[in-house]
Structures are given as structure tokens and as C-alpha cells.
Design a protein around this ligand. Structure first.
Ligand code: KIV
Ligand code: ZN
Length: 527
């Protein structure tokens, strides 16, 4: 490795991450998240797989048009239709990249593609040439590279570089390799691909054996200069290389790794939390870097050491990853200016429209809750700002719950229906507790057949007046397909948060049916 080499960080949270069950996002959420990735300082954002659905196409297009100073990538299989579609979505980007792929392993070539090595090689070369007809920034991935015959892999890499690929990504598609082997594969390519200096070598590791970050680091040490990762390590099956872990490993062990990234590590926590809020999936408490316990020292011996000198047990400082001791920010009487300053410190910049909406929600919360913390603000941002109300069919106007130890719980819900001239409809229902009664009332109003598959409750801040967040997984059978969505709701009242989360999910189902392409290859569609 020469000097303090830059490692390019290619984020695929919105593609590989988003395609895994439980992590779907709608277009607005993807744009919002992409903007946060820019603040984090990633070099490239894989924004989606445009040919797969109208929704994917539109989100890649929106991200391409909106983001500046970052490469925006669209994925395409090695065929003209995919590549043309990727370019259609990317063409307005300041810095577009087409990423095309086909398998190089015999297992895939014979059993999935039912082709010969020479045939897939020709398809790979043709795909890269077609993509080069659109842009000078083309990435190629030989899928399942780590289970491929090495000499064939080298031949494929050499051929696509000759055809014009500027980045060649070596994926461990099934998370099968281990660090020593992956390092040997990368070194083999450097030694046997004659034109390898004309492309950036990238790696893309899956975490089936829990080795994605270790394998990526081994590849960096062997000469790879781009790493594909996702926030919180989300992705197919066990996920992908976790960006935050890779970046902090490179930063913390720069004495050995001798490389650097341009990631602003202070944005890591905000990015991780934003993803959790959008998808409704939290990371486990002991998750490296971003888990709630990652910097918590519980044992007496550790605490004693920490009090004497932090270096005894702390290898990274919490503020390096953006953990600020939860600051009491504001309350009812705080001025707009103070709130704006805090939002800026947290790394959020918003348009005037977004701010106006945000303040409406902020004031409503401040009326109910005396002290507002950073976590509350982040929850409000994702809950209130980034959900475009115009695209939401139902709006909860009112919830009234009556319950007691000896009286059957009863909830009245009033909804406004945006598709029906904003008509207000209310219903009352009984149930097994206030939330269940509220959900039955919502079902009566909307006539939905959707049902809740999982229900998850978290208190965002401490205290009995804490904001609660409920996330639900909701499923509906629609035209022979299973639609699965995630909804979240935030309120100081736990039951109301539950009802809001269900209505949020119903809005996503409506959105999916109305705006998103439910067609193509998709068997199970989620948002
Ligand atoms: O895991 C994989 O091989 C992929 C490719 C499309 C790069 O995600
Ligand atoms: Zn992958």
C-alpha cells in the first residue's frame, strides 16, 4: 500500500440494503436519506435498480437531480434494457455511474444462467461497452466472484477493463470467503490482470459468516481502493459491510491499515439513527459503533479505569462518531433561532417549507413535553418533515381513548381522507386495550384487510413524559401479491403512537398501490 491512500466509500444502503426484507423506503425517504449520506461524506451512492420498478426508477432519478458533488449510481444487469433504464434514471446527475453485473462463478453460470463461460464473458463486455456509450464512469461486478475459478475471474476482469470499465467490484455475494482467502484473491488479480492499473478495484462483502468488515479490510490491505458498504450493515440476508465499522476501523487502526476515507465520522450516529427511524428497525444495543451500549462502560473495573484515564478502556471517543451527551435543547418557550441552531449542529438543513412543517410539530410536542432532547428532534424530523403529507391518503385528526381496569377499552378515531375531498370520518371500536381498539376503529373506517405482523415499542427519551415510538410491520394481500410495509408513529402517548404507526403503514400501502410500480419481476413487494 502506498502512503495514506484514500479508500472510496460506495454506499449501497438504498440498493442492496433497501432490497432486503424489512428495510423498504418510499421515494421521499430515499431522497432524505441520500441527502444525509452526502453530509456523511460518502463518495458514491447506489440509489437503486431502475429497471426493477417505477418507484426505483423515480427515486434514482430524483436523487440524481437533487444531489450535487457525489457520484450517483444505478444498478443494471448485463443487458441493454437494464442499462438503458439505468441511464434514463441517471442522466441528469452531476456525476452518474452505471453499475452493471453478471455472474462469474460456474455455479451461477451453469445453474442460474444456463450459459457457458464464454457466453457470459461476451455479455459482460457488451454490457460495459453499452454503458460506456452513455458515460465514462462504469462499474462492473462479476457476481459470486469469490466462488469463481480464479483464472476465469481474472480473464473477465481484464476483458471488462479493456471494454471500458473504470471500477471493477469483486463481490463476495454469498458471504463465503474469509479474510486470508479474500486477500489472496485480490492479490491474485493484481498480479494476473495486466490492465488492472486502469481501474479502481472495489469490494462488496456480505456478512453471512459475520466477516464482511474483516474481509473488506483484508481486501483494502491487498490493494482494493473502493469498499461498498451500508449503514448499520443492512443488506441481503445477514447484510453487507457496515460502513460505520469499516470507517472507524480504518480511522482507529490507521497505524496498521495506512489508509483513510473522507467520511465525516461525526455524522455516523445521526445517519444510523435516521435509517432506524425511517425503516423502523433499530440496531441491537451491542452493535459496534452505533449500538446504545457501544460506548457504555458498565463493569466496576472498567468504570474505575475510565475515571482514572479514558485511554484505559476507550479506543475511540464517542464524539468522534457524533455522540453528543444528550443535550437538553429546548422547550415550549424556546425561540425558533435556538431550534434552528440545534438542528444545524445535528447536521440537518431544511428548506423553508420543511422548516415550517417541522415547527408546527415541534410546538405541538413542546406543549405536551417539558424538555425536548436531541433524540426527540431527530424523531420529529423523520416523523414530521420527510413524510410528504400530500402523498398520504389518511390523516389522523383525533384519537380518544377510554380505558380502565374494569371497563372494556374503547377508542374513537377520526381520519381525514385525502382521496375523498378530505372528508372526516370517525368510528368507535372496542378492543384488547386502547391501541387494539384504535386499530379496529381505523379498520372500520378504511375497510382495510391489512393486518399487523409485528409491533415494536421504544421509548425515545427517558421519563414518564417520554416520546414513544411504535413501529409496525403490516401485510396486505393485493392482486395475488403480498405487500409488506413498515409504519412508525411517534407520540407522548403510547397508544396514540401505535394507532399512528398503523395509519402510517396504511398510507404506505396506498402509496405503493397508487405510485409504485407493482409489476415486473417482483413477487413480494414492500415499501
Ligand atoms: O452481492 C452482490 O453480488 C451484489 C452485486 C449486484 C454487486 O449485490
Ligand atoms: Zn450484494
Amino acid at each position: 500500500m502506498s502512503g495514506n491512500d484514500k479508500i472510496y466509500i460506495f454506499d449501497t444502503t438504498l440498493r442492496d440494503g433497501e432490497q432486503s426484507p424489512g428495510f423498504s423506503m418510499n421515494i421521499e425517504e430515499k431522497v432524505l436519506f441520500a441527502e444525509q449520506l452526502v453530509r456523511l461524506g460518502v463518495d458514491a451512492i447506489e440509489a437503486g435498480f431502475p429497471v426493477i420498478s417505477d418507484g426505483d426508477f423515480e427515486s434514482v432519478q430524483k436523487i440524481s437531480r437533487r444531489l450535487k458533488g457525489v457520484q450517483v449510481v444505478g444498478l443494471a444487469r448485463a443487458n441493454s434494457k437494464d442499462i438503458d433504464s439505468a441511464w434514463g434514471a441517471l442522466k441528469d446527475a452531476e456525476n452518474p455511474r452505471i453499475h452493471t453485473f453478471i455472474s462469474s462463478s460456474d455455479i451461477h453460470i451453469e445453474h442460474q444462467f444456463k450459459k457457458t463461460r464464454d457466453e457470459v464473458l461476451d455479455l459482460a463486455v457488451a454490457a460495459v461497452k453499452r454503458a460506456r456509450g452513455y458515460t465514462g464512469n462504469v462499474e462492473f461486478s462479476p457476481m459470486d466472484a469469490t466462488r469463481s475459478d480464479l483464472s476465469f475471474l481474472a480473464r473477465m476482469v481484464e476483458s471488462v477493463i479493456d471494454a471500458g470499465a473504470t471500477t471493477v467490484n469483486i463481490p463476495d455475494t454469498v458471504g463465503y470467503t474469509i479474510p486470508s482467502e479474500f486477500s489472496r484473491i485480490i492479490r491474485y488479480l493484481f498480479e494476473n490482470v495486466h490492465n488492472i492499473d486502469r481501474a479502481v478495484i472495489s469490494v462488496h462483502c456480505h456478512n453471512d459468516l459475520g466477516l464482511a468488515v474483516a474481509n473488506s479490510i483484508a481486501a483494502v490491505e491487498a490493494g482494493a481502493r473502493q469498499v461498498e458498504c451500508t449503514i448499520n450493515g443492512i443488506g441481503e440476508r445477514a447484510g453487507n459491510t457496515a460502513l460505520e465499522e469499516l470507517v472507524m476501523a480504518i480511522k482507529t487502526r490507521s497505524d496498521i491499515i495506512n489508509a483513510r476515507t473522507d467520511i465525516n465520522s461525526k455524522q455516523i450516529i445521526t445517519t444510523s439513527k435516521l435509517l432506524s427511524r425511517i425503516t423502523g428497525v433499530s440496531v441491537q444495543p451491542n452493535k459496534a459503533i452505533v449500538g446504545d451500549n457501544a460506548f457504555a462502560h458498565e463493569s466496576g473495573i472498567h468504570q474505575d479505569g475510565m475515571l482514572k484515564n479514558k485511554m484505559t478502556y476507550e479506543i475511540m471517543r464517542p464524539d468522534d462518531v457524533g455522540i453528543v451527551k444528550s443535550k437538553l435543547v429546548l422547550g415550549k418557550h424556546s425561540g425558533r433561532h435556538a431550534v434552528l441552531d440545534r438542528l444545524k449542529d445535528l447536521g440537518f438543513e431544511m428548506s423553508q417549507d420543511e422548516l415550517d412543517r417541522f415547527f408546527k410539530y415541534f410546538k405541538a410536542l413542546a406543549d405536551k413535553k417539558k424538555e425536548i432532547f436531541d433524540e426527540d428532534l431527530i424523531a420529529l424530523i423523520s416523523e414530521a418533515i420527510y413524510r410528504d403529507e400530500e402523498k398520504r391518503r389518511f390523516k389522523v385528526q383525533n384519537v380518544q381513548i377510554s380505558t380502565g381496569m374494569y371497563s372494556p377499552p374503547m377508542t374513537m378515531v377520526t381520519l381525514k381522507d385525502h382521496y375523498n375531498n378530505n372528508a372526516e370520518v370517525f368510528e368507535v371500536a372496542h378492543g384488547n386495550g386502547g391501541v387494539d381498539a384504535g386499530i379496529q376503529a381505523v379498520k372500520k373506517i378504511t375497510g382495510t384487510e391489512a393486518f399487523i405482523k409485528s409491533f415494536n415499542l421504544v421509548a425515545i427519551t427517558g421519563g414518564s413524559d417520554a416520546l414513544s415510538e411504535v413501529s409496525v410491520t403490516v401485510v396486505e394481500n393485493y392482486g395475488g401479491k403480498e405487500l409488506k410495509v413498515f409504519g412508525s408513529g411517534v407520540s407522548v402517548d403510547v397508544s396514540i403512537a401505535g394507532i399512528l404507526s398503523f395509519v402510517d403503514a396504511l398510507n404506505k400501502l396506498e402509496y405503493l398501490k397508487k405510485y409504485n410500480g407493482i409489476h415486473g419481476d417482483a413477487q413480494n413487494v414492500s415499501l
